[in-house]
Design a protein around this ligand. Structure first.
Ligand code: ZN
Length: 395
């Protein structure tokens, strides 16, 4: 058992200063004061002064196996290791494949997701890659969703992108409809996670699906909507129709903005608030382990790097510091909003009965201090204390 003592608690809604009691992998009490002592059981106390407790982050678009490879084989990015996720505050991750569904496939992604789960965090996956028809593990999308615990939908299906095999609208609608039925039968979200590329058609396939089919808007989950002002405008209209869209965060949002015009998360969230929309219509993910060019201060290419979940906290911090958005609102995009859309019923909130996935941030600068996943401490004082099976321990 663990007892977090007198800590400012964001559920993500601000709750005041609380004691939080954890038993095994669950939160069992959140009270003003908890007197807990059980004979023969050690209760580890964690001092909450100077810290805030927030739900563990949900990164629902991550290339667990690596991605890239689009400039030849040496550009394939590496697999993620446990501590790269946990030190960024991520306790739940959804794996995706990208352009390459051949050199890496669904079975390998499922294996990687299972491995990370064994190492201590919670993992899911979208089955498929950029192309349609969806490549599956069994013989159908519906069967994959019903038979495989980790499969919560299909993705990332590419639209407005030359790398998607140029599917017809009918193929797109058929795939989304199957994902929905699989979700219904398995009690899962059954979403179609949609990579929106730089192409001029932007969200037109999604709009057409909403007009011409009966698939509900909540089954379409477009990502990379920060790519341009025109795309963000369409995403806002999609949200007005009841949809939830996703923004790919960046560790250097201003630099990205200068380079390619993509809009920092904080400004996308501000736009949502200014439009009077429910902040649950926007989520943020990292596109982690995707390939990412690194530039120096003069915007000269230095080398290829990989995306990291660290962009999530960057986006939240900047929303608070640069846009004056309350922490409890900014946090929703990486906690309660994805949990609601993806039907993670025990995730995304600090609440009695929910999973003990908790991040402690320093109150002053919102940097990560402690990360607890399913009741187990993964990170202390910003440093991993639990490592992946093949990770090199630091000191
Ligand atoms: Zn993508």
């Amino acid at each position: 058992m663990k007892l977090l003592r007198q800590i400012a608690t964001y559920a993500p809604e601000y709750q005041g200063v609380k004691d939080i009691l954890l038993a095994n992998d669950k939160i069992i009490a959140i009270e003003d004061h908890i007197e807990a002592s059980i004979t023969g059981i050690d209760i580890e106390e964690i001092d909450g002064s100077g810290k805030v407790a927030v739900p563990g982050f949900i990164d629902s678009h991550f290339h667990l196996l690596g991605g890239g490879g689009e400039n030849g084989f040496h550009n394939r990015t590496p697999e993620v290791q446990l501590s790269q996720l946990t030190t960024a505050g991520v306790t739940t991750v959804v794996g995706v494949l990208g352009t390459d569904g051949v050199g890496r496939d669904d079975m390998a992604l499922l294996s990687k997701a299972r491995g990370l789960e064994t190492e201590g965090i919670t993992t899911y996956m979208y089955v498929g890659n950029y192309r349609l028809p969806v490549e599956t593990i069994t013989d159908s999308v519906i069967k994959d969703t019903m038979a495989i615990d980790k499969v919560i939908g299909i993705g990332e299906i590419a639209i407005a992108d030359h790398r998607n095999g140029a599917p017809t609208f009918a193929e797109f609608a058929h795939a989304a409809a199957d994902a929905r039925v699989g979700g219904l039968l398995a009690g899962k979200a059954g979403v179609t996670n949609i990579h929106v590329g730089p192409g001029k058609t932007r969200l037109s396939f999604i709009r057409q699906a909403l007009e011409e089919t009966d698939i509900p808007v909540s089954n379409f989950y477009p990502t990379h909507c920060e790519r341009s002002e025109a795309l963000l405008d369409e995403a806002i209209n999609f949200a007005k129709a009841g949809g939830v869209f996703d923004i790919t965060g960046s560790e250097n949002p201003d630099q990205t903005y200068e380079l390619d015009g993509s809009i920092p998360f904080r400004q996308c969230l501000k736009r949502v608030i200014d439009e009077g929309l429910d902040p649950d219509c926007i989520t943020m993910t990292s596109d982690g382990q995707g390939s990412l060019p690194i530039f120096d201060e003069n915007n000269h290419f230095v080398q290829m790097g990989v995306g990291s979940s660290k962009s999530l906290l960057t986006g939240v911090k900047e929303s608070v510091e640069k846009e004056n958005i309350p922490l409890e609102t900014a946090l929703r995009a990486i906690t309660s909003a994805p949990a609601k859309l993806l039907k993670f019923s025990n995730k995304g909130h600090l609440k009695v009965g929910f999973d003990a996935d908790i991040v402690l941030l320093d109150e002053d600068n919102l940097t990560i201090d402690t990360v607890i996943a399913k009741g187990e401490t993964m990170v202390e004082k910003g440093t991993a204390v639990k490592w992946g099976t093949f990770e090199k321990r630091e000191a």
